[in-house]
Design a protein around this ligand. Structure first.
Ligand SMILES: *Cc1c(COP(=O)(O)O)cnc(C)c1O
Length: 466
């Protein structure tokens, strides 16, 4: 068939726009978006015709073109950043947004961004105040630190500290602690950008106090310890404890900083998890500055928290660079509300989703998994197979790398669909359901599921296995 004739079979833009499938979208979606959806579908069909493809006549039916155009318009209208169901069992999943906020933090976030606030206004004096007073009093109260500062994230905190205290001078750090965090954040690279000169000491597996001692010279500005939060060295391994570095720093009149990475205010060992140094311990053991993330084990919004000696924190605060790294008011509101919860540690474990998920007992997970399995079996889908099995979750966020809390998993199979295809189909669901593929099986870990997720999963499977 000549090209002309093929093209004549394509419906016209106006013809598709007049169809009820498309016209019906109009009050809900802007016309420009609907037109773009129609053009997208028609262009696709035209290109296939030009490529000589023999399209089945049904594909060119105005009703079918209109349905495809409506779907395309809806896809275009969808926000880029969307909710997903986290069925991976990785609690602080960096790709899925790390920590979920506590209800209290969410309420505060909304309330304080609907009205004007005293963000930088001193209500007593009636003049300009500082945004840095807001979460900092509470951080001092909770940790006993002399001073506190909050910046955009922990990478910014490390960068600001190095730039302020050690630009053009040397920072001594163990070779065993030159960490890459992911997203290509590498301690040595950040140091280089800050202008500080990295002085590596020791070996990959062992660093001794004397290694630090021998490296100290007139150019030394700072001793740095980096908590290797996302990996563990086992076997013939030694790092110098912070308390010993403290004594060395004192002998030479040097500041000592620890980048804790995750930074937790809670000791997780009573919940059967490996020991992770807490923020309080780092301060107690003598760090002059401690930095950590707001959205890892703390369970708050993205932020970089800096605690320590008042004189050092003040230097960081007044560094002009701080303006470029500064915390925004949305974060401050959510952070302060999250921190308030830590005044009652038992309540914090319940109210802060990250802490609640990490510490959910196995028996409870078992009960939830059984309930979800029952719900799916009640759908009576002949093609769906649901099995329950034990497994391990992950804390994630580069924290507690050896922790593998016991969990309960659902293994799902749909007849006629490979696990890989099922994984892709669930990921394409609206909202997307992100699962694990392990040993050729599709697994859902109930640890990270939220109460409404059961219904979402059931609906998706009812559609896929119908
Ligand atoms: C995660 C991490 C960082 C970076 O923190 P962000 O808040 O993601 O910027 C820095 N150092 C260590 C040791 C970390 O684990």
């Amino acid at each position: 068939m000549p090209d002309q004739e093929r093209m004549a079979r394509l419906p016209k833009v106006d013809q598709v726009l007049a169809r009820p499938e498309v016209a019906g979208l109009m009050p809900e979606l802007p016309r420009s978006l609907v037109v773009a959806g129609v053009r997208e579908v028609l262009d696709g069909l035209r290109n296939r015709l030009l490529a000589g493809e023999d399209l089945p006549p049904a594909e060119l039916e105005p009703a079918n073109v209109a349905a495809a155009a409506a779907a395309a318009a809806r896809r275009r209208a969808r926000p880029s950043l969307r909710p997903v169901v986290n069925a991976t069992g990785v609690v602080v999943h960096t790709n899925l947004g790390r920590s979920l906020l506590a209800e209290r933090a969410l309420e505060r976030l909304i309330a304080l961004n609907r009205t004007y606030t005293n963000l930088e206004y001193d209500l007593d004096a009636g003049r300009r105040g500082s945004r840095y007073v807001h979460a900092t009093a509470l951080l001092r109260e909770l940790t006993g630190a002399e001073a506190a500062l909050v910046v955009n994230n922990n990478a910014a905190a490390v960068y600001l500290a190095l730039q302020t205290l050690a630009a053009g001078r040397e920072v001594i750090v163990s070779r065993g602690q030159l960490v890459e965090i992911g997203g290509s954040f590498r301690i040595p690279d950040v140091m280089a950008r800050s202008g500080a000169i990295l002085r590596e000491v020791g070996a990959t597996n062992k660093t001794h106090l004397r290694d630090y001692e021998q490296a100290i010279g007139p150019d030394t500005a700072l001793l740095l310890k980096v908590h290797t939060s996302n990996y563990a060295v086992v076997g013939f391994h030694q790092e110098v404890p912070l308390a010993e570095l403290r004594a060395l720093a004192d002998r030479h009149g040097l500041p000592l900083m620890e980048d804790l990475g995750s930074g937790t205010l809670v000791d997780f060992t009573p919940y059967g998890l490996p020991r992770e140094p807490t923020v309080l311990e780092a301060l107690h053991d003598g760090a002059d500055l401690v930095t950590f993330s707001g959205d890892k084990l703390l369970g708050g919004p993205q932020a970089g928290i800096i605690l320590g000696r008042a004189e050092l924190v003040e230097r960081l605060r007044t560094n002009p660079l701080n303006r470029a790294l500064r915390i925004d008011k949305l974060t401050l509101a959510a952070l302060e509300a999250t921190l308030e919860l830590y005044r009652d540690p038992a309540a914090a474990l319940e109210a802060i989703p990250t802490l609640r998920m990490i510490t959910t007992p196995y028996q409870e997970l078992r009960r939830r998994a059984a309930a979800l399995a029952r719900r799916l079996r009640r759908l009576k889908l002949a093609r769906l197979r649901v099995e329950l099995l034990d497994g391990e979750s992950r804390v994630g966020g580069g924290a507690l790398p050896l922790a593998a809390p016991r969990t309960r998993l659902l293994s799902l199979a749909v007849e006629g669909m490979s696990p890989t295809r099922l994984e892709r189909a669930l990921r394409a669901n609206d909202p997307p359901i992100i699962c694990r593929l392990e040993d050729g099986r599709l697994l859902l870990d109930v640890r990270t599921l939220l109460p409404p997720d059961g219904a979402v999963i059931a609906r998706a499977l009812a559609r896929l296995a119908a």
